[in-house]
Design a protein. Sequence first.
Lengths: 109, 109
Amino acid sequence: MGVTKSEIFTQEQNNLAKIAKVLGHPARIAILQHLFKINSCVCGDLVEVIGLAQPTISQHLKELKNLNLIKGNIEGTSVCYCIDQENWKEIRILLNNFLNFNSNSSNCC
Amino acid sequence: MGVTKSEIFTQEQNNLAKIAKVLGHPARIAILQHLFKINSCVCGDLVEVIGLAQPTISQHLKELKNLNLIKGNIEGTSVCYCIDQENWKEIRILLNNFLNFNSNSSNCC
DNA sequence: TTATTATATTGCAATATTACGATTAATAAT
DNA sequence: ATTATTAATCGTAATATTGCAATATAATAA
């Protein structure tokens, strides 16, 4: 059906999956890495940096914004994007909690 | 087109995205959480635990196996699944590196 | 051999995603 | 006012994903 059955999962599971899903595209990873690297706002040059068409980048930015991974501020004709630091902290905690669940390595296989 | 342009991204970006993509479904998160929780193999009861049809679970398990997040060992008529500890360590490092890229919080927006 | 049990594969319908050309909206420059 | 410039939105084609029924496969049990 192409539609995920979110009802049968916990909030946390749906949340984790949603965040991971947004990170599940190299263009969005590249955008985030660029924002981290320059450590400030980016106004406009993302299309050149990434190498996809402008509407495509705009779409990816929208998805990142929807989950509050980034923020956008209008600055004249252009828009400045940067990491949403507060939310990013929470996301990092959420993902780290999952990643470090323990791994007692009591492997039986 | 529905097809990702991986050629224009770095190996690391594609790698990160691939892993995140697999984590981007609540059923697969739930499977991993269950494997972590019981901290050993699971033989068979995943279908009941998760609550999706058997072919659907089998498909999700396949995707997790393809990226070496889990291992499967045949045990008589059933198959036992567990976290692939070695690979999991690498994945954790890869994701942690990305998540903790710095966040100097020199927010300009 | 013939069930039985457990998992994988196939095929398919419904929906989602990716990418981009064309267009639009909003401001800036002339 | 007219003309850039910048980014969002719309529309659409190609492809991917999700979920399951039906079926296949593989190993053991009767």
